[in-house]
Design a protein. Sequence first.
Length: 334
Amino acid sequence: MSEQKSEGFVTRMRRRYVWLDHVLRSHEAYTKRYGDHYAAAITYFSVLSIVPILMVAFAVAAFVLAGNQELLGKLEDAITSEAPAEMASTLNMVVEQAIESRATVGVLGLLTALYAGINWMSNLRDALTAQWGLGKVDRPLISGTLKDLLALVGLGLALLVSFGLSALGVGAGDFLLELVGLSGYGWAQALLAALAIVLSIAANWLVFLWVIARLPREKVALRAAVKGALIAAVGFEILKTAATFFLSSVTSTPTGALFGPIIGLLIFANLVARFLLMVTAWTATSWENEKPPTEPAPVVLRIEVRDQPTAGRVVGLLGVGGLIGAGLSRLRRR
């Protein structure tokens, strides 16, 4: 009895509040389309990509040090002065070996990063396609991989452009404050901080608009993803702020400094992936974006008129047949 009342209450609330019905429908679609499974796959390849990226970063640093002996000498002096005496020589030897093997480390890092990045993009595109309710199509290996690679490059360029515009706007704001002599005023700094948040949300909005509408296997109209991209941009900014507070509180202890960043990265990547897929499901289940159900084919009535003999005609035919048979039998007797 209580379950019936509960179901009746939820049904009434969904009928009364359109936004609540939309949220519940999007959650049902997210669950039905394996949103958590796709988010886990995206998280795995996100974390997997960190190792080759670090390898490439170390290789780049090694190339820089190899071409700048003065900078290399400063690094070795810093290691010697800061590290314990028994470890200083070992660390300097590790640095020298890293510089000698910089080409190998760089090539391996690039290849591994390419593999992890393509798989990350493939899972992301499959996940977004599923949340839009589009079927997964079999695609050729080579052409599909090239498309995923191009999508990965496109996403990287979109991130560079959006974050570059955001950083340029903040830098221009600092320059203008100094130019007009307002850099020392608190209200001007607060206004600049608010402007930085707005620019960051705008940059995120452009990126998420491209992700939600252009990364699915079948392209979606940009206007269909405008609201969802804005929600994703604001939510991503909130998640970034929460991750910053989490890392600052966790890394205050030695154990937290050792394990906190990787745990925080795992949680952050999974939350961002799930949030992105939920927003995509919310966008796909809005009334203006839902596809109308396919109507069944119309029933075609085919009328056939068949001339069937009546009872009287049947009796007449039988009589005629009997007379003909009797006549034939008499002819045979003669």
